[in-house]
Design a protein around this ligand. Sequence first.
Ligand code: ZN
Length: 333
Amino acid sequence: MAKKLPAGFAPLYFDLEEKYTKKIPNLESISDANQTGFIDTHTHLDMILSDIESITGSVISIEDILENCKQTNMKYLFHNACDLESILNISNVLDDCSNVDNIQVFGGVAIHPNETVLHNNANNESELEVAPDGLEPPEFRDIHYDYDLGQAISKVEEIAKNDKRIKIIGETGLDYFRTGPSGVDIQKNSFREHIRLAKELNLTLQIHDREAHQDVIDILLSDISPERVVFHSFSADNTFAQICAENGWFMSFSGPVTYNKNTELREALCGIPKELILTETDAPFLTPEPIRGTINTPSNVPITALYMASYLNMSISDFSQQIIKNMTNAFDI
Ligand SMILES: [Zn+2]
């Protein structure tokens, strides 16, 4: 039996049915929504476990998270390992996932843009880059000193090659929000290496783009993008979305599309071909309305999906079917 998740974490969708249906007009019943099932194309299962433990004191397992996901009819998840410690452990996480029936979990590996700077100048303590967001190298010292960036990316390659459940090179890209100017070149080089890897291994490139829209596009175009590209947790406006659409790049939407202030993001969602839309949580981060403030989990995808279907004036069943079709194309499943 799955453990009940601690209070303050992953409130069950069904408990909130009344709230959603009141808030979102033209909604079909949740049982209709449940016929097709939902997809989280980007989540961090290991980070969810550690957040739950540090915030609520409860220790739960990967299997508990997945059992919870089954209650909201999640069918497919993509677990992203984007720091070296998680990457070295991804096959164990995917093994744990395979213990739970009726839900399929795939993997993604990459050195996150914010991690790249911490691997720079390994073995040279004085020059180790300090990101201005408080990512202090001493917290991460061992693994960041043991592997320089090239060695870290080699590990990404090795693991992506050896575990067929890994479908994604990502999240990689550029993050100008959390990196000082001296980190930009390091991030760009790392991004290019990950693009090369995705092409060589014929995997989907999943992009983290935070306040770096133009540079991300420039690099993707100049280096010739891999066959399948997904912008994870898409955060730009409709103009940028149209450039992505012209290139056939997928756009995956998470909790922020439900936030009241994000009108431009919703315009982008409604302006692109439906064939390029995906859903995700980026859990434990970016919890959707109306449950912001709780730890996010993949079981919350239906909330974001309900909002998205409503914005697109689609039934939730049609929306879910479209997303499953898009997922098979985006990740070659
Ligand atoms: Zn993420």
